[in-house]
Ligand binder design. Structure first.
Ligand SMILES: [Zn+2]
Length: 412
């Protein structure tokens, strides 16, 4: 009987990957509830290595018994149970020694955490992952927090040169978050609450000073708060106003012209512009035949919105210039046309672009945009919509870094 027991203990030791001086001292199988509990014991002498300096020290005592959830074995929920020795280091005092199966402070073995991270990455839904792993939400959140902390600790920022700083709405759209992204590696580096200058500064402060000093160019929108924060934190970097943000301002101008003109036309019983909103905003390449035909008619209608649209379209040529001189000459011509258009929203947008022209032309030397973070946004949105019971900004930050940080999340 004793021999069979020893054999069973050896079998579980192998399964768990525990090696001397740890040994399996007991295995409890509960067939009714399909659980197995494996007791481990430290077997070697009375000296243990200090977790801080590695020096062999006397055993002070044993920590109270704890359990760790492990990967299921044959569909049996499996737990490890042990009293871990504490060493008496002359330099570091009384310390719990490192366990080969778990990270300090975790209630799970490393193998379980590894698996949990894979499940989370694969399922992208908290509910599904929690069900598969048979853990609750808080537990899962803590596994994620630990994974992100682990990843941030190991992250290298070597060669970081092009970054983007961008804002997103958060929660029900009432509040905002700001993101710092590595544009070369398409990863989110940090997330903070708010989108004011303090938020911008907090993002920059998350990078070590010697890293900040090597930033070459920054993609950002034309908001004064991000401009001020970036100038103060990375004075050597070129500011590049994101071309999609610039395009958005022009699109909004076209839309304003359309709304106003549509209203005027409807008052005269003219429905020419009714339902045409998308035609002026979307890329004609994606139009259906019907839409394309309708748009051909409107484009040459001599309407104000058609003029606004043509001005917006022409502006896009700016991005294709290679040299600054011709680009400036082009802009001058475009600006003259836009400001003579008598279309107030267009004139306003053109003046805004002119005010920021220097940091728009930087695009010719540093063709970067925040499209990376736009892409991340859809990923983040899907996290958000899946995140039922989603509580605080901090949880959100952890999720963004978990899914979009390209971190080494696993403990092994
Ligand atoms: Zn020590």
């Amino acid at each position: 009987m004793k021999e069979i027991e020893n054999e069973l203990h050896r079998h579980y030791a192998l399964l768990l990957g525990v090696e001397s001086p740890w040994t399996v001292s007991d295995v409890k199988l509960d067939l009714a509830v399909k659980k197995v509990e494996i007791a481990l014991q430290w077997m070697r002498g009375n000296q243990v290595p200090c977790p801080d300096c590695g020096k062999l020290c006397a055993i002070a005592d044993h920590a109270p018994e704890r359990t760790w959830r492990h990967l299921d074995t044959m569909q049996f929920e499996t737990r490890i149970r042990a009293r871990v020795p504490r060493c008496q280091c002359p330099e570091h005092g009384i310390k719990t020694i490192r366990m080969p199966w778990a990270e300090p402070g975790s209630r799970f073995t490393m193998l379980f955490e590894h698996f949990a991270i894979d499940v989370l990455l694969a399922s992208r839904s908290f509910t599904q992952a929690a069900e598969l792993l048979r853990v609750d939400w808080d537990t899962l959140q803590r596994i994620m927090e630990r994974a992100v902390a682990r990843g941030l600790k190991q992250r290298t920022l070597d060669g970081l040169a092009h970054v983007g700083i961008d804002e997103k709405s958060f929660g029900s759209g009432q509040s905002f978050i700001s993101l710092l992204a590595d544009l070369d590696q398409s990863r989110v580096l940090e997330v903070v609450e708010g989108c004011d200058q303090d938020a911008g500064q907090a993002l920059w402060a998350s990078l070590p000073e010697e890293r900040r000093a090597r930033i070459v160019a920054v993609a950002l929108d034309m908001s004064p708060s991000f401009i001020a924060a970036t100038r103060a934190s990375v004075p050597q970097a070129a500011l590049v106003h994101d071309k999609f943000h610039v395009a958005r301002h022009l699109n909004e101008a076209v839309d304003k012209v359309r709304r106003q003109e549509n209203k005027e036309l409807l008052e005269q019983g003219d429905e020419t512009l009714k339902g045409s909103r998308q035609l002026w905003l979307f890329n004609p390449v994606n139009f259906s035949d019907e839409q394309a035909a309708a748009f051909e008619r409107l484009k040459y209608s001599g309407l104000k919105v058609a003029r606004a649209w043509a001005i917006k379209e022409l502006f896009c040529k700016l991005w294709q210039y290679v040299y600054e001189g011709p680009a400036r000459a082009f802009f001058k011509k475009w600006f003259g046309w836009a400001t003579r258009s008598k279309l107030k929203p267009v004139i306003k947008a053109a003046r805004m672009i002119k005010r920021h022209l220097e940091n728009i032309l930087t695009y010719l030397r540093h063709p970067i945009t925040n499209a990376v973070t736009e892409g991340l946004n859809s990923k983040i949105q899907s996290i958000k919509s899946n995140a039922r019971g989603f509580r605080s900004f901090e949880n959100y930050r952890i999720r963004i870094l978990f899914f979009c940080g390209k971190l080494k999340l696993h403990p092994l």
